[in-house]
Design a protein around this ligand. Structure first.
Ligand SMILES: *Cc1c(COP(=O)(O)O)cnc(C)c1O
Length: 410
C-alpha cells in the first residue's frame, strides 16, 4: 500500500533501511542512520537519538540545518513565486546575480542547480572563450586539470577523473583534458600549450581527503595562467563560501581566479543552487539559446541565495570557521593519537589520515556514529571533519573527546 509522508515518518529505522536497500540504487554506501529532523549542527534520527553532524552535507550545510533566516526567506518565497523559467524575468534572479557578482568581485553570474552542472558550464565557457576570444582552432581547446580531482559525476566531468571507481564502465569519455599532478606548478607550466584554454582546479581538494596544496601553488598557477592567456577556474563548490575561514579558499594565497565555480552552500542546504561567476569578457561569450537550465536561478533558489550572500557578507561564519578550525586541529594534534599519520586542513575542514593498522576510515566512522558523531570517510584511510560553521566550541570539545577515544581504541 502506498505510504503518505506522515506514515513514512512513523516507519521504523530497520524498515527504512530495508526499503532503501531494495528500492534505491546502490550508488552510495550510507552509514546506517536514518535522520528525521535537524537543527543547527545537530540531527535527530527516527528513534529520537541525536548526533553531531560533522559532514554538513559535504559543506552544503555551512550555515547549519534550517538556518532561521534561510528558512524564513524560503517560506516567504514559497508563498509568492517559485518558478518562472528563464523564458521570463522574475523579481529576484537579477538581484541574486548582482549580489553574487559583487561578493566575488566579478561582472556576471550564470546560475545552474548542481555543482556538476556549474563545472560543465565552466568547461563550456572556457572552450567558447578559447575559440572566440583566444583564437584557438575549432575543436582543439584543451583544459588542464589536477590529479585526484573531484568536480562531479557527469560523463564529461568523470572523463578527467583519476579515480577508477568514478570512470570504470562509463566510457567513452569526452576528450580535451590533460591531467597534471596536484600541487606541481612546473607540471602545469609544461602542460600548457597554444590550445590550452583553462586550468580547472580545486583550491583545496575535498573528496581527495582535504588536500591542501603547497604554499604558493595557487599563486604560481595564477602567474602561469596570466602569462599564457589561460583561464584560471577555481572550483570552490566545496572550499568556498566560508568553509576554510574565508569567503573563498583562494583568498589564503591572495589569488583571484578568472572564473569561480560555486555550489553546495550557495543554496543554504535548502535548494540546489550553483553558479559560474566571471567577468564580462569571459561570460559574455554566451548568446541566447546556447546554454541554459529550466530551474537555474529560479526565484525560490534566488531568494535563499540572496540571504546566503547576506550571511557571508557579515563575516561571522568565516571567522567562526577560522577560529574553531584552528582550535580543533591543534587539539587533535595535541592528543598525539596513535595510528594518525597526518592531520591537515584549513578552517573547519579537517582530514585525519590513519595508518592501515587502525582499520578502515569507514570502521572509524561507524564507531563515531555509535558515539553520536556523524562523519564521513574518504578513500580507505582518511576521516574528514567538516561540521556546520554554526557549531559551538562546546559541541566541538564534546566531539573531540569521543573522536580521541575512538581513534585511540582503534
Ligand atoms: C560536490 C562537488 C562537486 C559536484 O557538486 P554536485 O552538486 O554534487 O554535482 C563539484 N566540485 C567539487 C569540488 C565538489 O566538492
Amino acid at each position: 500500500m502506498p505510504m503518505s509522508t506522515d506514515q513514512a515518518a512513523g516507519t521504523r529505522a530497520d524498515e527504512l533501511l530495508e526499503l532503501a536497500e531494495r528500492y534505491a540504487a546502490h550508488n552510495y554506501h550510507p552509514l546506517p542512520v536514518v535522520i528525521a529532523e535537524a537543527e543547527g549542527a545537530w540531527v535527530t534520527d527516527v528513534d529520537g537519538a541525536r548526533y553531531l553532524d560533522m559532514l554538513a552535507a559535504y559543506s552544503a550545510l555551512n550555515f547549519g540545518h534550517r538556518h532561521p533566516r534561510l528558512v524564513a526567506a524560503a517560506h516567504r518565497q514559497l508563498d509568492r513565486l517559485t518558478l518562472t523559467s528563464r523564458a521570463f524575468h522574475n523579481d529576484l534572479f537579477p538581484v541574486f546575480c548582482r549580489e553574487l557578482a559583487t561578493l566575488a568581485g566579478k561582472d556576471m553570474v550564470l546560475a545552474m542547480n548542481t555543482g556538476a552542472e556549474a563545472v560543465e558550464t565552466a568547461i563550456k565557457t572556457a572552450r567558447k572563450w578559447g575559440y572566440e576570444v583566444k583564437g584557438v582552432a575549432p575543436g582543439r581547446a584543451k583544459i588542464v586539470v589536477a590529479d585526484g580531482n573531484f568536480h562531479g559525476r557527469t560523463v564529461t566531468v568523470v572523463s578527467f577523473s583519476t579515480d577508477p571507481s568514478a570512470q570504470d564502465g562509463f566510457g567513452p569519455f569526452t576528450p580535451g583534458f590533460e591531467v597534471v599532478p596536484y600541487g606541481d606548478a612546473d607540471a602545469l607550466r609544461a602542460a600548457i600549450d597554444d590550445d590550452t584554454v583553462a586550468f580547472l582546479v580545486e583550491p583545496i581538494q575535498g573528496e581527495a581527503g582535504v588536500i591542501v596544496p603547497p604554499d604558493g601553488y595557487l599563486r604560481a598557477a595564477r602567474e602561469i595562467c596570466t602569462e599564457r592567456g589561460v583561464l584560471l577556474m577555481a572550483d570552490e563548490i566545496q572550499s568556498g563560501l566560508g568553509r576554510t575561514g574565508t569567503t573563498f579558499a583562494v583568498e589564503h594565497e591572495g589569488v583571484v581566479p578568472d572564473v569561480y565555480i560555486l555550489g553546495k552552500a550557495l543554496g543554504g542546504g535548502i535548494m540546489p543552487l550553483s553558479a559560474v561567476v566571471a567577468d564580462r569578457d569571459i561570460l559574455g561569450v554566451f548568446r541566447p539559446g546556447e546554454h541554459g537550465s529550466t530551474f537555474g536561478g529560479n526565484p525560490l533558489a534566488s531568494a535563499i541565495g540572496i540571504e546566503v550572500i547576506e550571511l557571508l557578507r557579515e563575516g561571522t561564519y568565516q571567522r567562526a570557521s577560522a577560529e574553531l578550525g584552528a582550535w580543533l586541529v591543534q587539539a587533535l594534534r595535541d592528543a598525539a593519537l596513535p595510528h594518525v599519520t597526518e592531520i591537515r586542513g584549513r578552517g573547519l575542514w579537517i582530514g585525519i589520515d590513519l595508518d592501515p593498522a587502525a582499520g578502515t576510515a569507514r570502521a572509524i566512522c561507524e564507531q563515531l556514529m555509535a558515539r553520536q558523531i556523524l562523519a564521513k570517510d574518504t578513500h580507505e584511510s582518511t576521516v574528514r571533519l567538516a561540521p556546520p560553521l554554526c557549531v559551538s566550541l562546546e559541541d566541538l570539545a564534546w566531539a573531540l573527546e569521543r573522536i580521541v577515544d575512538v581513534i585511540a581504541a582503534a
